[in-house]
Ligand binder design. Structure first.
Ligand code: XUL
Ligand code: CO
Length: 445
């Protein structure tokens, strides 16, 4: 019999429900810009932004880093094993409610510990998924996505679907099979693949072709199994260039799009793009979003930011208004994220170790994206960049330019045109002027 769970616990006792108080509020536990019910361009902020809380950073992480031990002692940490897993679910639903978060996301191993066999591991997962399902019945929060952690356990030392060891491939398949069943059970709107250890450290021991082929075989099997069980959520793949391997197969949006197209997976997958991964790939976040958008493959976003002075994945909460504005610009131009959302794949700093920091950080991220949404909407409404771009490319709307874009030109006709043409005249790109206008919008809107 399903047990009924309610938020009887009060782990965040100093926090009441976080509400919108407006830009003049000095209350750190209130939204200054995120007004969930305010309508912008025909949709509420809540509908536009589709915020999601990442289970792993918020309820499982303890501040451990490669140089030092845990700094975060959470009020649920005195529990062990399955009791700890259950206490984290209580804490999670308390926080979802206090932030009125519409979504959350998790890896299988964030929510339930591994047992000594796969069977036992699945049993642990079943218990926690049952508990989550019960909580969801009485809550407005939905599952944005779930995924399989195929990188922590030492069995994945050589990768999962790209391992040199077929037994590992089979284990990973069993894990994703279970993940898809979980997705169906909890009504996950998406199912995510992040490459984890799907990459290589040296070509000297790597059959690159077999590894890529196997990765694609694996993903086709996932698509087939979802169909078999009637799971209709969107499949997402999350590009990242490095960490933990030297070369990750899902390096960036362009590489991942080529992979999906090469293996006939582009009709089944979209991209989940993360800001910090863009930084690691040497791209701006907006570049990655634009690349996916123009290919019709922008699915969802891991909303965080990196530190430009550090070369690793710091997963900071997003507070940079330029980045949130330009990200929302791409998302609005995409017509929204569909079943995707803005998942805070972000962690409080190791030195921000008090439980309230978990709330402050989400408030900071939600406000930064709400502000970005408002500015981006106004930029689009006023056609600030659209008009500039249209004007800049006008030579392709008439004469020889139109012949090129309509496919009527070839090297003979173009040579004839160039030989007879008068001196070429170019115009300024006006980059600095445009950046100044962007500043005006960010400051004034
Ligand atoms: C790792 C990362 C993951 C994915 C889900 O850098 O971003 O947490 O979002 O596996
Ligand atoms: Co991520």
């Amino acid at each position: 019999m399903a047990q009924s769970y309610s938020s009887s616990v009060n782990y965040f006792e100093s926090v009441n429900k976080v509400v919108y108080e407006g830009k003049d509020s000095t209350n750190p536990l209130a939204f200054k810009y995120y007004n969930s019910q305010e309508v912008i361009g025909g949709k509420t902020m809540k509908e536009h932004l589709r915020f999601s809380i990442a289970y792993w950073h918020t309820f499982t992480a303890d501040g451990t880093d490669v140089f030092g031990a845990a700094t975060m002692q959470r009020p649920w940490d005195h529990y062990k094993g399955m009791d700890l897993a259950k206490a984290r679910v209580d804490a999670a639903f308390e926080m979802f409610e206090k932030l009125d978060a519409p979504f959350f996301a998790f890896h299988d191993r964030d929510v339930a510990p591994e047992g000594s066999t796969l069977k036992e591991t699945n049993q642990n997962l079943d218990i926690i998924v049952g508990m989550i399902k019960e909580y969801m019945r009485n809550s407005n929060v939905k599952l944005l996505w779930n995924t399989a952690n195929m990188f922590t356990n030492p069995r994945f030392v050589h990768g999962a679907a790209t391992s040199c060891n077929a037994d590992v491939f089979a284990y990973a398949a069993a894990q994703v099979k279970k993940g898809l069943e979980t997705a169906k059970e909890l009504g996950a709107e998406n199912y995510v693949f992040w490459g984890g250890r799907e990459g290589y450290e040296t070509l000297l021991n790597t059959d690159l072709k077999l590894e890529l082929d196997n990765l694609a075989r694996f993903m086709h099997m996932a698509v087939d199994y979802a169909k078999e069980i009637g799971y209709t959520g969107q499949f997402l793949i999350e590009p990242k260039p490095k960490e933990p391997t030297t070369h990750q197969y899902d390096t960036d949006a362009a590489t991942t799009i080529a992979f999906l197209k090469q293996y006939g997976l582009d009709n089944h997958f979209k991209l989940n793009l993360e800001a910090n991964h863009a930084t690691l790939a040497g791209h701006t976040f907006e570049h990655e979003l634009r690349m996916a958008r123009v290919h019709g493959l922008l699915g969802s976003v891991d909303a965080n930011q990196g530190d430009p002075l550090l070369g690793w994945d710091t997963d900071e909460f997003p507070t940079d208004l330029y980045s949130t504005t330009l990200a929302m610009y791409e998302i609005l131009q995409n017509g929204g994220l569909g079943s995707g959302g803005l998942n805070f794949d972000a962690k409080v700093r190791r030195s921000s170790f008090e439980p309230d920091d978990l709330i402050y950080s989400h408030v900071a991220g939600m406000d930064a994206f709400a502000r970005g949404l408002r500015v981006a909407h106004k930029l689009i409404e006023d056609r600030v960049f659209d008009d500039v771009i249209q004007h800049r490319y006008r030579s392709f709307t008439e004469g020889i330019g139109l012949e090129i874009t309509e496919g009527r030109a070839n090297f003979h006709t173009l040579e004839q045109y160039a030989l007879n043409n008068k001196a070429i005249k170019n115009e300024s790109g006006r980059q600095e002027r445009l950046k100044a206008i962007l500043n005006q919008y960010i400051l004034e809107v």
